[in-house]
Design a protein around this ligand. Structure first.
Ligand SMILES: [Zn+2]
Length: 412
């Protein structure tokens, strides 16, 4: 464990530094006096730490704060651009990558197509190229890039940098992080894509400061990231949150995973398309009948122009999604549910039905205080999530942190 590797003095120093850094990040612009008050550390300790931060370029002194009589204090704020990280979302047909600052603001993002590549060496080449292009195009100093985060679907063993199982690529136990780390000489973190999105919400989004929340993603698949008591919940094998594969209809449609009646088989984007196709087959009247390669966008457009089949297919998926979320609420009783992913573009055609179903199927009282946020989703959202994997490490308490990243040391 981390704390056994260091002397106590070093560790205490690091904990104090982390505390001050997080106060500047969350409260800044903030005075040294206020930091001392909030942290309980001595003014001398605060002076020493903030001097180190300023020398490293991590913190800027600025303006003057409210005077409480006497001299106006100088305020400290985090220099968001003291460092940058790259986030990569690996998909079936493309690599989306983004460069963010320390506050997870996306400064540049790109989509690199992945032409039918399945074997690891070809995908690896595409990832490396995507990272290089992202840094080049964003025109930041390479020396200021602190780390790389990678998110992908499947069962990922983050500690080992390992993809244990990828349904898209058919990989089993592939070491993804190691060769990228060797190529760039930077720390590389990898996690399941839904997990990265949840970590992004926890550090920089709606989940910030919320102890119990769930991120539900809907799109090609359905997943969930769970935060309980302020901690990200992974489960015994790291497989917690396979929300798409809870069984809701024992005799229901076949799912990609091989089982029947999974939530994903009833409520994902492909499930919407399947339902539309079924109704076309039975001869129902719909503008979608003549459309060749049907997409969710086609269905949304049709719904917007009043097509009943399109509207009902979206509402059907929303209702099942609501049943699934209600089950989650009954088990976890979260304060907040964040819905994200590319399926969010269906808007209220899907989510009105979802909200109704949540009300109907949630145990009495649990839905009253429940807040539901629908997060707009773009290409860069997932890559930003992956970047947050690194940013989370930077700001994490030293006892829980992976030793590979130290912001102040890397600035020096
Ligand atoms: Zn399934």
């Amino acid at each position: 464990m981390t704390y056994l590797r260091k002397g106590n003095r070093d560790l205490i120093k690091e904990i104090n530094r982390n505390l001050v850094l997080n106060l500047i990040k969350s409260r800044g612009p903030v005075s040294r006096t206020e930091i001392a008050r909030l942290s309980g550390l001595s003014p001398a300790t605060i002076s020493g730490i903030s001097a180190d931060f300023i020398t490293a370029g991590l913190v800027h002194e600025m303006g003057e704060g409210e005077s409480t009589g006497g001299r106006r204090p100088v305020l400290l704020r985090l220099n968001q651009q003291a460092g940058f990280v790259v986030g990569v979302k690996l998909m079936e047909h493309a690599v989306t990558s983004a460069l963010t600052d320390l506050d997870a603001n996306v400064l540049h993002h790109r989509v690199t197509p992945l032409e039918h590549a399945r074997d690891f060496s070809a995908v690896l080449e595409a990832i490396v190229r995507a990272i290089e292009m992202t840094i080049e195009e964003s025109e930041v100093d390479w020396a200021r890039v602190l780390g790389i985060g990678i998110g992908m679907a499947g069962v990922i063993r983050g500690e080992a940098g390992l993809c244990h199982y990828s349904p898209f690529f058919g990989w089993r136990d592939v070491k993804v992080a190691e060769p990228i780390e060797a190529h760039f000489a930077l720390p590389v973190y990898i996690d399941n894509d839904v997990n990265t999105l949840t970590i992004a919400e926890q550090w920089f989004g709606y989940g910030h400061g919320v102890d119990d929340f769930v991120v539900v993603t809907v799109g090609r698949g359905i997943g969930a990231g769970i935060v309980v008591n302020g901690q990200f919940y992974r489960g015994a094998l790291g497989g917690a949150g396979e929300f798409g594969h809870i069984t809701l209809a024992r005799e229901g449609p076949l799912c990609d995973c091989g089982k029947r009646g999974c939530l994903e088989a009833l409520a994902s984007d492909p499930a919407v398309l399947r339902m539309v196709r079924e109704r076309i087959t039975t001869g129902e009247e719909t503008a979608l009948a003549g459309v060749g390669a049907l997409t969710l966008k086609d269905v949304i457009c049709a719904a917007e122009s009043g097509d009943q089949v399109a509207r009902e297919a979206l509402a059907y998926s929303g209702r099942w999604l609501g049943v699934g979320v209600a089950n989650l609420v009954n088990i976890l009783n979260p304060q907040l549910v964040i819905v994200a992913g590319e399926g969010v573009q269906a808007g209220e055609y899907r989510f009105e039905a979802m909200r109704e179903a949540i009300q109907i199927h949630t145990f009495d009282g649990l839905a009253e205080e429940l807040k539901i946020v629908i997060e707009p989703s773009g290409d860069e959202t997932w890559a930003r999530g992956a970047a947050s994997l690194v940013l989370g490490e930077i700001f994490k308490h030293p006892l829980y942190r992976n030793e590979r990243i130290d912001l102040v040391a890397s600035m020096a």
